[in-house]
Design a protein around this ligand. Structure first.
Ligand code: DGJ
Length: 725
């Protein structure tokens, strides 16, 4: 049983293969967070570890056994504000009478086999058991259901909450986080993935300090700036050892992750929808559902934490049909042409892909309305006849003649002021009449919280997909929210705009994936500005960054791999010198970096030399050979590009029969001491043949002694392909 309840001591014990999560019903039916860590036997009542101490200025709740019992110092599962816990709350509600005081206490619980996905929100499926705990604020009747799902094999527990208005009058939910957990000791480093456009998901590791530290986004999307993830690692934890807690949120809108270190050395960690600008009206009888938080604990360092997340997102997220299927090798025309193309130019590009081993040509921005630059036409999802007088058909036919398929770019969530759509419906943009408004990339956000907008998108974007043979969609989103005011919502619902937008975005994505089940959807938001599990649920790969430079990608892809499986990252070989960095890197390096993800190209094939064409043919052949490892392999980070002059990683198939490793030198250094690469994850008892060295080695030898690396100049790379004998 993954979930046990000891009814004598009223202890819940959630177990996975290697971990235990315990909480209990404590004095006065408060939920006491007892333990998260290595697996424990039995169902110990760990609330006995609580040390009574009189804490000045920590008020005692009514009926508390003695002066030591104060909510301010009791570790709590889902804290609220107003009744004596002054730390960050997980939930906030304003009642009809203006009161914001709530005091949720345990009422009952259910344990069921299996799991159900959340209603209206992407979440994991295929859990082993589900626990739902009902809490109630007695004076008002407000109910809260805490939901826990256990995924035993992959050491994952998910959490979410439902707030049910049973008060007899409307209430406003002002805060509703997905999880809260009080750790007894705050002696950890907090790890986050911060970044910016073209520099996403860099790793930040800083010691926790007293007070509240937080990451998050108020930009309307999960954003380039922080990723909806945080980890708490023992100070000595490394890739391979030490305790690490990881928390990831399946959500694409405003979010917060925070840790509050209290004066007594404990830490409250929380994650969920950002409360800034959030206020959700709940009529009597209605329910608010929070997004799902995915938690994992690893006693074997960051590497195992990441592999647990990878398994959760590879095997339990999104439609089963789209999981772990080999992705097409694409060529995208953005960096080849930008907006400057016409039918003839595109036909030439497609023609020159012949014989390269590419599966799909993707036509990027600029094919619709009268879009010749980024100041117009978003929302006008019909062909730009100035550039493509015969529509998309000649391009599609040209692709098919060569055994390729055709893909198309959309940016459905946007509207340009210079568009037929805006001229007809100026009120469909998020903005407030009588108030100046910001433009981002000269565009406005389409108000997806409106039902009529959703219908329009289904008709137009859906229409293009219906009427053309399109196998691949790149879905972009190129600005953040300002003046988030909807002309369609009443005053008391304006605090719902951000979340309604996200809910309807998911509805629209669900509509498209259900109606066009064979289309591969690729997410994008100015590169990796919305690289989150909410999007991955519908769109199994995301353009990782607008920075396509292989050396910058080392850090971006390394950081992204903390949470997301390499197959979820799109990576392309682009031109050299690189358009973002002006850096010159060898073809081999660009290919090896891109091949460690969902692979493709982003340059003008008409400009290739014969030698380069041959190299590409070899690369696409190699990718077909190794793509199984990218999809199904366990991922090991071998060398950290943030801390060393190199970056290395490897994939190992779960049965350890095959593996491949890549090592990339950043700058060449005189007398650089790193000359040996040690592998991980192999079978120590087995013998492996390394194709590139044409030699056999013991798995133990490869992991503990390593292989000598060839001399590598600036930005050069090498790879090893291993087969068990
Ligand atoms: C931003 C994307 O990240 C790019 O790849 C490209 O699609 C442009 N938008 C097009 O406008």
């Amino acid at each position: 049983m993954a979930i046990q309840f000891d009814s004598t001591n009223r202890v819940f014990h959630l177990t996975t293969k290697h971990t235990s999560y315990l909480f209990s019903v404590f004095d006065h039916n408060y939920l006491y967070t007892a333990y998260y860590g290595r697996k424990l036997r039995g169902t110990p009542d760990l609330s006995r570890l609580w040390q009574k101490y009189p804490s000045g200025f920590s008020p005692n709740y009514e009926g508390a056994p003695d002066v030591n019992y104060a909510l301010d110092i009791i570790p709590t599962e889902y804290p609220a504000y107003g009744g004596g816990d002054f730390r960050c709350p997980a939930v906030g509600v304003q009642f009809e009478n203006g009161s914001r005081i709530i005091d949720p206490q345990y009422v009952s619980h259910t344990i069921t086999d299996g799991s159900e996905e959340l209603e209206g929100l992407p979440s994991l499926s295929g859990g082993d058991q589900t626990l739902e705990v009902l809490l109630r604020d007695e004076p008002t009747g407000l109910a809260i259901v805490l939901k826990y799902i256990v995924f035993e094999d992959i050491d994952v527990i998910t959490r979410s909450a439902r707030i049910i208005n049973k008060t007899g009058a409307p209430v406003t939910v002002t805060e509703a986080l997905s999880m809260s957990m009080d750790l007894p000791i705050a002696d950890y480093d907090m790890i986050g993935l911060y970044g910016a456009h073209i520099r996403e998901r860099q790793i930040d590791r800083s010691p926790m300090r007293h007070g509240t530290q937080s990451v998050g986004s108020r930009r309307g999307t999960s954003s380039h700036h922080h990723n909806p993830f945080m980890a708490f690692a023992e100070k000595t934890a490394t890739e391979e050892q030490g305790s690490v807690y990881g928390i990831s949120l399946i959500y694409s809108g405003n979010w917060i992750g925070r840790a509050e270190v209290d004066p007594f050395g404990g830490a409250r960690v929380q994650m969920g929808i950002h409360p800034a600008g959030f206020a959700w009206r709940l009529a009597d009888g209605e329910t608010f559902v929070t997004p799902e938080a995915v938690m994992t604990y690893s006693a074997e360092g960051l590497g195992q934490m990441s592999r647990n997340f990878h398994n959760a997102y590879r095997y339990h997220l999104g439609h089963t049909k789209r999981r772990n299927v080999r992705r097409p090798i694409v060529i995208n025309n953005w960096e080849a042409t930008y907006f400057d193309f016409d039918e003839e130019k595109l036909l030439g590009i497609i023609e020159s892909c012949k014989g390269l081993g590419i599966d799909t040509f993707v036509l990027d921005d600029g094919w619709f309305g009268h879009r010749d630059t980024d100041n117009s036409s978003l929302g006008d999802w019909f062909v730009h006849t100035g550039k493509l007088p015969h529509g998309l058909t000649p391009l599609i036919e040209k692709c098919e003649e060569q055994g390729m398929t055709f893909g198309l770019w959309f940016e459905p969530e946007m509207i340009s002021e210079d568009s037929e759509l805006y001229r007809a419906h100026p009120d469909w943009a998020l903005k407030q009449d009588g108030r100046p408004f910001c433009r981002g990339r000269q565009q406005l956000i389409l108000d997806l919280s409106r039902e009529d907008v959703l219908e329009y998108l289904e008709k137009t974007v859906g229409g293009v997909l219906k009427n053309n043979r399109i196998s691949y969609v790149k879905w972009d989103m190129n600005r953040h929210f300002t003046e988030a005011y909807s002309a369609a919502l009443p005053p008391e619902r304006q605090g719902e705009v951000f979340h309604r937008f996200v809910l309807n975005l998911y509805r629209f994505m669900a509509y498209l994936t259900e109606n066009f089940p064979d289309v591969v959807f690729e997410g994008c938001s100015g590169g990796g500005g919305r690289f989150d599990p909410g999007i991955l649920y519908y769109q199994p790969q995301i353009w990782t960054s607008d920075d396509s430079d292989a050396i910058e990608r080392l850090k971006i892809q390394y950081g992204t791999s903390m949470v997301y499986p390499p197959q979820s990252m799109t990576a392309h070989v682009s031109a050299s010198p690189n358009h973002q960095m002006n850096r010159v890197t060898p073809y081999n390096t660009r290919a090896l970096v891109a091949m460690s993800a969902s692979f493709g190209y982003e340059f003008n094939p008409l400009q290739l030399t014969d030698e380069e064409r041959l190299a590409i043919k070899t690369q696409t052949e190699r990718y077909r050979k190794v793509s199984d490892m990218v999809l199904k392999g366990d991922f090991y980070r071998l060398q950290n590009p943030f801390e060393t002059n190199a970056c290395a990683w490897m994939f190992v198939l779960p049965d350890k029969s095959k593996a491949c490793a890549v090592y990339v030198r950043q700058l060449n250094l005189p007398a650089d001491p790193v000359t040996v690469l040690k592998f991980r994850g192999l079978d120590p008892e087995a013998t492996y043949h390394i194709e590139e060295l044409d030699a056999d080695f013991g798995g133990d030898e490869l992991m503990y002694a390593g292989v000598a690396l060839p001399h590598l100049w600036d930005f050069e790379a090498t790879c090893f392909t291993l087969t068990k004998k």
